[in-house]
Design a protein. Structure first.
Length: 90
């Protein structure tokens, strides 16, 4: 009986851990926001980031990678477009 109880507790803990991890998963939009704020390692924030994107020193792929997200062209283009649009408004 103890083995069954421990197994059930382990399964419940694993399910809780997976649910909480997915609740905090970053999206490409979140990655762009974090990059703009300077909250990603290796990525400068604010005006420096915008200049780096314009000059090609930083790409959307770099930002996705720094955020720990899977890198693909569609999401990378999305991230860059968000940051370019933000620059155009300022």
């Amino acid at each position: 009986m103890t083995v069954i109880t421990r197994t059930a507790a382990a399964i419940a803990f694993s399910a809780t851990l997976l649910a909480s991890t997915s609740a905090f998963a970053l999206t490409p939009f979140d990655a762009a926001t974090q990059a703009y704020r300077g909250n990603l390692n290796g990525i400068a924030g604010y005006q420096t980031l915008q200049g780096d994107i314009r000059s090609g020193q930083v790409s959307g792929e770099d930002i996705l990678e720094a955020a720990g997200l899977e890198v693909n062209a569609s999401d990378a283009n999305f991230v860059e477009s968000i940051l370019r649009d933000n620059n155009d408004r300022n």
